[in-house]
Ligand binder design. Structure first.
Ligand SMILES: Cc1cc2nc3c(=O)[nH]c(=O)nc-3n(C[C@H](O)[C@H](O)[C@H](O)COP(=O)(O)OP(=O)(O)OC[C@H]3O[C@@H](n4cnc5c(N)ncnc54)[C@H](O)[C@@H]3O)c2cc1C
Length: 398
């Protein structure tokens, strides 16, 4: 049986009442505390419950699966608003987009109803498990195995990093086919399946309100029907177009917040008898930040719009598989990570010595910004990906 047709989301509509609701939620529930999800316990946290109560959870899922059917382009500004308040909360609230996109595009109708159809209405989460300690970014070397036995897949192995895995309803696990080491599979594993163990939560430098876990599988059995249709590593690549774009969009929100904090600080700080706001050197840095924020947002929107357009095609699953990692999404993550880091670093100097203390939010924002360039492919990995996929083949060069 081939993949089922995918009904694409509607196009980007610009500022919407939905975005106003996101802003209200962020202001009421996320602003003013460093870890609004109370280090994720007990679950669901009040702020997570409020997100669902505001009708915002899993906004990208189709309405029939309990979402709002919002496009990826809509999601850029939604994530920017959430990250303006707290990037870790934003990451927690959007990262399910990766696994759910893989299921939406490459799962059977029955699997979609069983997974998205229950997670969506309850405001729940999913996690996607690719990374392993030994393989690093060479995902073809992953060792987690899925063996087909009597109508089931039996999973064994260890996944190093998996955001949301502890409290997710289901996990999308990328594994090597135990019967054919050249083939990889993506298998949906309900979190409460016997044999799934969360070994630890990582202590991270930033994003305190996001939970990233090490997970292992020991003789973990799921129905064969839980496998997605298609080569697992490529399905992951397709899904990463959504999450890479939204990781990039977190940089926009963090950068906007940093800009506003710089302005606030300058209002109170005097230099040669004048407000720092009147100083042209200070002002030009803020002007430069504005340029960076604008270009970051436009690259995210370009990536999101390309993904939305491909998703709306009747043959979307096959077309996306043929393209794999989109240049626009890779560029968005790399550009936003680099520009965001440069902007955060400049800003930390603008606060003088206080910028290097924990008195002000800038230190935490700098740590949050760092994740953009690291998660879902560091820049070395993405540079090489662009080189191999979009520079060497002359037909794909711009
Ligand atoms: C907070 C957080 C959340 C995460 N969430 C998830 C998740 O939900 N699911 C998941 O599967 N993973 C997750 N990850 C893993 C994350 O995506 C990886 O850590 C990231 O992609 C980097 O891969 P790596 O750790 O394997 O390091 P590597 O990419 O292997 O890098 C190690 C070193 O090797 C170098 N290197 C690697 N490849 C190349 C190359 N081709 N050319 C030159 N140099 C290279 C790098 O530059 C670096 O110096 C998460 C990680 C963090 C920190």
């Amino acid at each position: 049986m081939g993949p089922t047709p995918f009904t694409g989301p509607r196009p980007f509509l610009g500022p919407t009442p939905f975005l106003d609701r996101v802003r209200t939620y962020a202001a009421e529930e996320l602003t003013g505390v460093r870890d609004p999800f109370g280090s994720l316990g007990p679950l669901p946290t009040p702020a997570q419950r409020a997100f669902h109560a505001h009708g915002l959870a899993n906004w990208w899922l189709p309405e029939k699966h309990g979402g709002r059917g919002m496009s990826l382009a809509d999601s850029v500004d939604i994530v920017s608003e959430l990250s303006y308040a707290d990037a870790g909360a934003a990451f927690t609230l959007f990262i399910s987009v990766l696994g759910s996109t893989m299921v939406s595009l490459y799962g059977s109708e029955e699997l979609k109803d069983r997974t998205l159809g229950s997670t969506g209405p309850s405001g729940g989460f999913s996690a996607t498990l690719g990374s392993e300690r030994e393989a690093g970014s060479e995902l073809t070397r992953i060792a987690t195995r899925a063996a087909r036995r009597e109508g089931q897949f039996v999973l064994d192995g260890e996944k190093m990093f998996a955001t949301n895995a502890d409290f997710a309803d289901f996990l999308v696990v990328v594994a090597v086919n135990a019967d054919n080491p050249l083939e990889h599979l993506a298998v949906v594993v309900p979190r409460d399946t016997p044999g799934v163990r969360v070994d630890k939560r990582w202590k991270t430098l930033g994003l305190p309100s996001a939970g990233t876990y090490q997970v292992s599988f020991d003789n973990c059995r799921v129905p064969e029907a839980n496998a997605l249709h298609g080569p697992g590593l490529l399905l992951l690549e397709v899904g990463l177009n959504t999450s890479r774009t939204l990781i990039a969009a977190t940089a926009i929100g963090i950068a906007r917040r940093i800009r506003d904090l710089c302005l606030e600080y300058a209002r109170t700080r005097r230099l040669r008898g004048e407000s720092l706001l009147a100083n042209p050197v200070f002002g030009s840095k803020l002007g430069h930040m504005e340029m960076q924020i604008e270009v970051m947002r436009h690259q995210c929107l370009a990536a999101a719009t390309e993904f939305d357009a491909l998703s709306a095609l009747p043959e979307a699953p096959d077309e996306l598989l043929a393209r794999g990692a989109l240049r626009s999404a890779v560029a968005a993550k790399m550009f936003c990570g680099q520009s965001g880091w440069q902007l955060a670093s400049t800003a930390s100097e603008m606060f003088g010595g206080l910028g290097y203390t924990t008195e002000l939010p800038i230190g935490g924002l700098l740590q949050d910004m760092r994740y953009v360039s690291l998660v879902e492919g560091g820049d070395d990995v993405l540079r090489e990906l662009l080189y191999r996929r979009y520079v060497i083949p002359s037909r794909r060069r711009l």
